[in-house]
Ligand binder design. Structure first.
Ligand code: DC
Length: 222
């Protein structure tokens, strides 16, 4: 029997970096479910399909294939109709499309089996927004990783400044608050702590401390 760990939380809480570290420490496979929504967003952009509930979106879903696989380094690779799009889905436009298309119920239904199948065949740590509530409600450990909007905006601001980008902290904070609102207020699978989850608040912790905390919570509850 495989073991699943669900890691949910708002954008910018550090889920993916922490999940990668935890997966390595525990010898689990890390699955980034946001990449799947990003891939469908890319397919919609390429086919000029609007990211809203419609027959066009449903037709698109019936035409495309989305697969998850892993490269030699054990990193996740997403395939859209057999093409590796792992790099292409990381643009700001792809983030925006993913955010909009992820609110379409048929898109969420389309990705459900793919995510569940991965958890059936591997020990996984899966990160997303609805893993503990919808995708894997029976996960062995469910963690809700969060931090204050200000802490998340500050981390993002520093990251972008280090990349030499000219950004304003206030704009980033506004984006964080807006995305939180969208994620928590959509009708299908809104972001919320799952029943029986353990909340880890990283507002006062740095990356190392956050990763240690998550790994120890998992070990105590496995
Ligand atoms: O985690 P991310 O930023 O790569 O996710 C991209 C978008 O997909 C994000 O706007 C929220 C959405 N998403 C979701 O609705 N459910 C998931 N399980 C994962 C991501």
């Amino acid at each position: 029997m495989s073991v699943a760990i669900a890691l949910d939380g708002p954008a910018g809480a550090g889920k993916s970096t922490i999940a990668k570290r935890a997966a390595k420490a525990l010898d689990f496979i890390y699955i980034d479910t946001g990449a799947l929504y990003r891939t469908i967003g890319l397919a919609a952009s390429r086919n000029r399909v609007k990211p809203q509930p419609s027959r066009e979106v449903d037709e698109l879903l019936s035409k495309i294939t989305v697969d998850l696989t892993f490269n030699d380094m054990g990193e996740q690779v997403v395939l859209l109709d057999g093409e590796d799009v792992s790099g292409l889905i990381r643009t700001p436009e792809a983030s925006m499309m993913a955010s909009k298309i992820s609110a379409v119920p048929s898109v969420r239904a389309y990705l459900l089996d793919l995510q569940r199948d991965m958890a059936k065949s591997h020990n996984v740590i899966m990160d997303g927004r609805d893993i503990g509530t919808v995708v894997l409600p029976d996960a062995k450990v469910k963690i809700f990783l969060t931090a204050s909007p200000e802490a998340r905006a500050t981390r993002r601001y520093k990251e972008l400044c280090e990349k030499g980008m000219d950004v304003k902290y206030e704009d980033i904070l506004y984006d964080v608050i807006e995305r939180d609102y969208n994620d928590t207020h959509r009708t299908t699978a809104p972001l919320k702590p799952a029943e029986g989850c353990i909340t880890v608040d990283t507002t006062e912790l740095d990356f190392e401390q956050s990763a240690e905390k998550v790994i120890s919570v998992i070990k105590e509850n496995l």
